[in-house]
Design a protein around this ligand. Structure first.
Ligand SMILES: *Cc1c(COP(=O)(O)O)cnc(C)c1O
Length: 365
C-alpha cells in the first residue's frame, strides 16, 4: 500500500479514497469490457450508463427540479466566465455582478469583454481587501437584470456565502467551483450554476453546470455550435467526445457521496471540520490571525491565516509537511497559510492538523 499524504491543496485537491480505489480496480477491465473506460467509445452502452448515472446523481443529490438541465462541459470554470454572458447577454439584456474576490473579478471582466455595457458591478468588497462579503443592504439589484452573478466561495480569500443573496425574482448565476455540493441547497433561486470539478468533484477540466429551461431557451442562437448551451443540452452533453475519464471519476465520487449519506451527511462533516479549525484559530488569536474580518463570512472550504512572521509561516509549512500534511502554503499574493478542506478531507485529518497547530503555537507562541 503506497503512502497517502493529508492533502490540503486548494485545487486540484484531494479526492476521497474509495472512489479512487474503485477507479484503480476497474482500470484495466471496466464493466467487463476488457478495456479501461478511457479506451471505449463514448457511444457504447457501457460508457453511456456511466454518463447518465453521473448526471442522474447530480439531480438526485441536489434534488434538481425538472425544469433544469444538467450539463457536463469542458474548459474549466474559466470558460464559463465568457460562455454565460455570450449565451445570455445579447439583444439588449443586462446582468449584475457581485465582486468578492479574484475569481468573481475575472467573471465580471469576461462579461465586460463579451458585452461592455451589459455587465454591471453592483457590489464589491475589493476596497476591504476582500476580507468580507457585501452585507445584504449593500447589494442593490437592477430590476432589468437577466441574472445576478456571484461566487459562492472565494477560494483565495476564504470567504463563503452561507446565505445566498436575495434577488427576488431575478435568477442567481453562481460560480460554485470551490464549494459545489459541500451541503444541500435549494436550486430554485438559481438560473445558472457552474462548478469546475477539481475542488470537490473530480479531475480538472470538467465542469458541471445546471441551467433553468427558460434561460436555456433564451440563449443567443447565433453563437458557434460548441459555445451554445443548447448544443450540449440537446445532445445530453454528448455532442462531441466528452472527457470520459473525468466523468467516470465524477460518477465514482457522486456514487460514494450517496453511499455515505448524501449531502446532509457531508454538510455535517464539513461544519464539524470548520468548527474544529476556527476553534483552534480563535483559541490562539494572538498567534494565528485569520484573514477574514467578518466571522459570518468565514469559509468552511478555504481557511486563510497568518502567523506572527513570514519565517514562522514557512516553518509551519515545513514542519507540517514532515508530519505528512501538504498544500498549506498560502496563495502567492496573500502569503501566510491556507487550509483547503473540501469534502474529501476527513475529520480525523483536521484533528491531526489542529493538534499540530496547538503544539506549534505552544512551542513558538
Ligand atoms: C478554481 C476556481 C476556478 C477556476 O477554474 P478553472 O477550472 O481553473 O478554469 C474558478 N472559480 C473558482 C471559484 C475557483 O475556485
Amino acid at each position: 500500500m503506497s503512502k497517502r499524504v493529508i492533502n490540503f491543496y486548494a485545487g486540484p485537491a484531494g479526492l476521497p479514497l474509495p472512489p479512487l480505489e474503485r477507479a484503480r480496480d476497474e482500470m484495466l477491465d471496466f464493466a467487463g469490457t476488457g478495456m479501461s473506460v478511457m479506451e471505449i467509445s463514448h457511444r457504447s452502452k457501457e460508457y453511456e450508463a456511466v454518463h447518465n448515472e453521473a448526471i442522474g446523481l447530480v439531480k438526485e443529490l441536489l434534488k434538481v427540479p425538472d425544469n433544469y438541465k444538467i450539463l457536463l462541459l469542458q474548459g474549466g470554470g474559466n470558460l464559463q466566465f465568457c460562455m454565460l454572458p455570450m449565451n445570455l447577454l445579447w439583444g439588449g439584456r443586462k446582468a449584475d455582478y457581485i465582486v468578492t474576490g479574484s475569481w468573481a473579478k475575472k467573471a465580471f471582466k469576461e462579461a465586460q469583454i463579451v458585452n461592455k455595457d451589459a455587465a454591471r458591478c453592483i457590489a464589491s468588497t475589493e476596497a476591504d481587501g476582500f476580507r468580507r462579503l457585501p452585507f445584504a443592504n449593500e447589494i442593490v439589484v437592477n430590476p432589468d437584470s437577466t441574472y445576478v452573478h456571484f461566487t459562492s466561495n472565494n477560494t483565495i480569500y476564504g470567504t463563503q456565502f452561507r446565505e445566498f443573496p436575495d434577488t427576488g425574482d431575478i435568477p442567481l448565476a453562481c460560480d460554485m467551483s470551490s464549494d459545489f455540493m459541500w451541503r444541500p441547497f435549494d436550486v430554485k433561486p438559481f438560473g445558472f450554476i457552474y462548478a469546475g470539478a477539481q475542488k470537490n468533484l473530480g479531475p480538472s477540466g470538467l465542469v458541471v453546470a445546471i441551467i433553468r429551461d427558460d434561460l436555456l431557451a433564451s440563449c443567443n442562437p447565433s453563437l458557434p455550435t460548441m459555445l451554445k448551451y443548447g448544443t450540449h443540452s440537446d445532445n445530453n452533453s454528448l455532442f462531441n467526445t466528452p472527457p470520459t475519464w473525468s466523468i467516470y471519476v465524477l460518477r465514482n465520487i457522486l456514487a460514494y457521496n450517496r453511499e455515505i449519506g448524501g449531502l446532509d451527511a457531508i454538510e455535517a462533516t464539513n461544519l464539524c471540520k470548520g468548527e474544529m479549525l476556527y476553534g483552534c484559530i480563535d483559541r490562539h488569536a494572538g498567534f494565528y490571525k485569520g484573514y477574514v474580518s467578518e466571522p459570518l463570512h468565514r469559509s468552511v472550504m478555504n481557511v486563510d491565516f497568518h502567523l506572527p512572521s513570514s519565517d514562522l509561516d514557512d516553518r509551519f509549512v515545513k514542519e507540517a509537511k514532515s508530519a505528512g500534511m501538504v498544500g498549506l502554503k498560502g496563495y502567492r499574493d496573500l502569503g501566510g497559510i491556507r487550509v483547503s478542506m473540501y469534502n474529501a478531507v476527513t475529520v480525523d485529518q483536521v484533528t491531526v492538523l489542529t493538534e499540530f497547530m496547538e503544539e506549534f503555537a505552544r512551542k513558538n507562541g
